[in-house]
Design a protein around this ligand. Structure first.
Ligand code: PLP
Length: 395
């Protein structure tokens, strides 16, 4: 009765069941909390909420590309970051996730594949499968930062692969794409006729500068390049449901992609008028909306670094940007075991394998929880690791 493309939707795993049961009890510190509207950050100011009640919202004026005023506001946002973007090269969607779905429809036939750099954001797999597309994970190896294994990438690029996807900076590792990696990817896409799909939702949350870092891929015009982002992370407004795709590349391929994407978008017309009307005002307040998130993430990251400084069985992997951090715990237990041991002490983290981090002992933390809760959660984690008696320093 049901489609093969949903056959992978299985009942919750034993770990998910255990987490749900613990959530039902009081006292859990949730170090996976990544919803900016639920971690005591300042709410959207009333005058910015009022932008949703623009008098123009009473009209339905469908535009599959997204209204020009909203696209111009996104282009102005990029201009404020130093990137020149044409509103004509943008398409608006209800979220970055929806935009991924459109790109898989645009680029892939059922059975085709997209190569993606691991570790990576787990929703990508689901989004691809829902379109009948396979994701081929390409391993990264740890050299003080995760570096994509280019030999593994070359081996993964079978004729069914239509695109290479990456997250810049990565969720959860926080690693930005370097200029060298950018060149290596562009070269492969050009040689093999592949598209690049680059998710930049965390681009504006760097923790430090780095001259080796690639800039936004909105400036990449050597190969067909789709750059995705949206309000959910850029302005910490996931509830508003607005994302976008910038299409860049050689003009013939770029214009054909834009034309086809417009048709895909026309089949849904999914973004609501109030959000489209309000987005320009919100984007103009970028600094004010990002600042509390930046401060929160920086404070929690500093607390984490202090907690595991010096000789410690726990290593905080260096984080370049984004809202999450990866801890390497002693490999005496696998990820699942660690998550369960921590859950028993009332602290919830994500297992590294959720994000295809290879090896045992990795857990992922959100950097968004309230600082007092974050500190208490990290203290509990320290206690569990200490009691575990593992004196083996993390590798
Ligand atoms: C890397 C990455 N891309 C995309 C998304 C989803 O963004 P949106 O809310 O715009 O669908 C997330 C959400 O956590 C994410 O981590």
């Amino acid at each position: 009765m049901f489609s093969d493309r949903t056959a992978w939707i299985t009942p919750p795993s034993p770990l998910s069941v255990a987490i749900a049961a613990r959530r039902a009890l009081p006292g859990l510190i949730d170090l996976t909390a990544a919803n900016p509207t639920e971690v005591d950050l300042p709410p959207l100011a009333p005058e910015l909420v009022a932008a949703l009640a623009d008098p123009g919202v009473v009209r339905y004026d469908p535009d599959p590309a997204g209204p020009l005023a909203a696209r111009a506001a996104v282009a102005a946002h990029y201009a404020s970051l130093g990137h020149r973007v044409e509103p004509a090269h943008l398409r608006l969607a209800a979220s970055t996730s929806e935009a991924y779905g459109w790109l898989f429809k645009l680029l892939c036939d059922p059975g085709d594949a997209v190569a993606v750099a691991h570790p990576s954001y787990p929703l990508l797999d689901d989004l691809a499968r829902l379109e009948g597309v396979a994701l081929v994970g390409v391993a990264s190896t740890w050299h003080g930062r995760w570096e994509l294994d280019l030999d593994a990438l070359d081996a993964a690029l079978t004729p069914r692969v239509r695109a290479i996807a990456l997250v810049h900076p990565n969720n959860p590792s926080g690693a930005y794409v370097t200029l060298d990696l950018r060149d290596a990817l562009v070269e492969r896409c050009r040689r093999r006729g592949l598209a690049l799909v680059v998710d930049e939702v965390f681009l504006e949350y760097p923790h430090r500068d780095d001259a080796r870092r690639a800039p936004s891929f909105v400036g990449c015009d050597e190969v067909l390049t789709f750059t995705l982002s949206g309000l959910s992370k850029t302005l910490a407004l996931p509830q508003m449901k607005l994302g976008w795709v910038h299409v860049g590349g050689p003009p013939a391929a770029r214009d054909e992609a834009l034309r086809r994407l417009e048709h895909v978008a026309d089949s849904y017309l999914s973004v609501g008028a109030p959000v489209l009307r309000a987005a320009p005002a919100w984007l103009r307040h970028r600094e004010a909306l990002q600042r509390p998130v930046r401060e929160r993430v920086a404070a929690n990251l500093a607390a984490l670094a202090r907690a595991f400084a010096g000789e410690s069985p726990v290593t905080l992997l260096p984080v370049e940007g984004g809202w999450s951090a990866v801890l390497r715990l002693p490999a005496t237990r696998d990820d699942d075991d660690w998550v369960r041991a921590l859950l028993d002490r009332g602290v919830l983290v994500s297992p590294g394998y959720f994000f295809d981090i290879p090896g045992d002992g990795y857990v992922v933390l959100s950097l968004l929880p309230r600082p007092d809760q974050f500190a208490e959660g990290v203290e509990r984690l320290r206690g569990v690791v200490a009691e575990d008696g593992a004196v083996t320093p993390a590798r």
